[in-house]
Design a protein around this ligand. Structure first.
Ligand code: GRF
Length: 201
């Protein structure tokens, strides 16, 4: 039986699309069991619908507080029995209830080489700092902001004429390739976490 992924999105969903495309091949060893979002009206949701993948939307504003939203998000994800939850441009921080349920099998992809440039403006911050190399990081989500154990990274050159958009678009090419490759290996071969060190046999 293929491993089950639940992918969380908040926007365009090009990273999600790469996983949907990879999962269409049975040899990939994983399927996208569901796509969850924190908002309506984003391109990520129709991408899932076109692939015949169930979707759910869990909006913060629909809940009395963040703790209730966190519980609801965890419950929605659990309905699809994920082996791994993948944040692919999901712009909310999961809370304690979510991490209690999925910690250790919840990865996030970030468009910078952590621990450099965490937060929502990784490419912009790398440019502002004058970095010559940036890239992307796949990590296991913990209770910090982009601080969890690193699973994989890819380096991307920063070009002299880059702006935030051109750099982020180039990073996303590497990010999509990294996510498809590494998530697939994690699901087919397993992975081990020892403190901050994550290894895939
Ligand atoms: C990705 O670069 C992700 O790392 C960042 O937002 C971007 C999402 O892009 N958090 P998309 O929505 O998958 O196209």
């Amino acid at each position: 039986m293929p491993a089950r992924l639940v992918v969380l999105v908040s926007g365009t969903g090009s990273t999600l699309q790469a996983l949907l495309d990879a999962a269409a091949d049975p040899s990939y060893g994983a399927i996208v069991a569901a796509v969850g979002a924190d908002r309506e009206g984003i391109d990520g949701l129709p991408r899932a619908e076109r692939a015949g993948v169930p979707t759910f939307v869990c909006r913060l504003g629909d809940h009395v507080d963040r703790a209730a939203w966190d519980l609801a998000l965890a419950a929605e994800c659990a309905r699809f029995r994920p082996d791994l939850v993948v944040s692919a441009g999901f712009m909310k921080l999961a809370g304690p209830a979510f991490l209690h349920r999925f910690g250790g099998r919840f990865v996030n992809s970030h468009p910078a080489l952590l621990p450099s440039f965490p937060g929502v403006h990784g490419p912009r911050d790398a440019l502002a700092h004058g970095a010559k190399v940036s890239g992307c990081t796949l990590f296991l989500v913990d209770d910090g902001v982009d601080t969890g154990p690193i699973v994989a990274q890819r380096a991307v050159d920063v070009l002299d004429d880059d702006d935030e958009r051109s750099l982020h678009d180039r990073i996303k090419v590497a990010e999509r390739s990294m996510l498809v490759d590494v998530v697939g290996r994690m699901m087919r071969e397993g992975y081990r976490v020892n403190g901050r060190r994550v290894t895939i046999p």
